[in-house]
Design a binder for this molecule. Sequence first.
Ligand code: PHE
Length: 469
Amino acid sequence: MSESRTPTAKAIEGSNAIRGLWSSRFAFILAATGSAMGLGNIWKFPYITGENGGGAFVLVYLLCIAAIGLPIMMAEVLIGRRGGRSPVNSLKAIAGHDRLNPAWRMVGVIGVIAGFLILSFYSVIGGWAVSYVGTAASGQLTGQSADAIGAIFSDLLADPLTLLMWHTLFMALVMFVVAKGVRAGLERAVTFLMPALFLLLLTVVGYAMTTGEFGRAVTFLFQPDFSKLTTSGILVALGHAFFTLSLGMAVMMAYGSYLPKGISIAKTSIAVCVIDTGVALLAGLAIFPIVFANGLEPGAGPGLIFQTLPLAFGQMPMGSLFGTLFFVLLIFAAWTSGISLLEPIVEWLEEQKGMNRTRSTLAAGFVCWLLGIASILSLNLWSDFAPLGWIGMLEGKTIFDLLDFFTANILLPLGGLLVAVFAGWVMSREAMEKELALSKPMFRLWYITVRYITPVAVGAVFIYNLFGS
Ligand code: PHE
């Protein structure tokens, strides 16, 4: 059936015009990078790489980015731009109101649930970064030993009220921007803050090169030792590919709806993936030399960057200044990602419940904030509480660990799977060919990937993890 004759298709064509578009391809890249680049790159990537043994894990992660993340990002942007509406309505518009299987709503629902759950703990970690601005600025880190730096971090985790204060502040920052809906201001901020973070990260890498253990870190990160790779490590790598690229919860779909026609979806998506992955690898190159030079444990867990980077700042010239700047920029990176986590929930409340923006932001923000308290407590008072510990693979996982595991490793890949199936099996192939404007072989490669490879790969990793261990 020719789509262009249906009323829905007509609506599809006119819809972008009334919503305003990104000012340029560059602006889209900035906004998408602002969402993608965040704590996932600098906080999470190094610590899960350390926990999963390095090289082989990194290789699987890179493969997941290239073979699964990039094609799904293209699919999300494509669906968003073609639909030209909020994610759920774009899916509806593309599939045609009547023929739409209710299951496609799940993509929107997953986005809302994942946004709630991720933001609740994301904000707690964002709070750690806020707290370290003061720690670095006050000069407390200068000349300290690894033990003293470790103690500063454990003291922070042991103190629920301080954690609550920083978590509250971070949530307030996110809510402030979302309530105002100031996208333009954000665009401008991202333009110079993200490159600044990049430069500062390079500075730390430069320092890390002088520690004498740079070679060992490179080997650790890039020489695969497959004996260290586990089934659950593969799931973590896959899940992180989704988490770090902000995929599987329709964020890129929402952003894609603002992308002007005629701009290459493939090129822009590749740019976002390359920048995001580059930053993560740089973070690894900054952190692991410090880990090895100071005899620290690569598998130290979520505290890794807070136990290593302060050490570097404490030893390098003008370290207090660099350290302060670094944590300020890390807050900005986390802030832009946090905004993209809250935005879909607020849009959903506005659309479904007819609430105005301020009230939706307050309501959604409050629930995330409240949920965040459970993550805070699992760092201290409830640190031995593993609610689902009787399930083999969840043994010893605190509430915070569970939230992270469930969102990144289950919800986001599931959302991505639905997107792949939608693009591969529901949308019209001709329409997608037109929208992507790739050469024939490149289009075929993408199409086969979303139609077969992605669903099979995500499905296989799920099944292996459920029944294989
Ligand atoms: N990509 C962000 C990061 O790496 C986190 C995020 C996940 C943001 C999902 C939006 C949606 O920190």
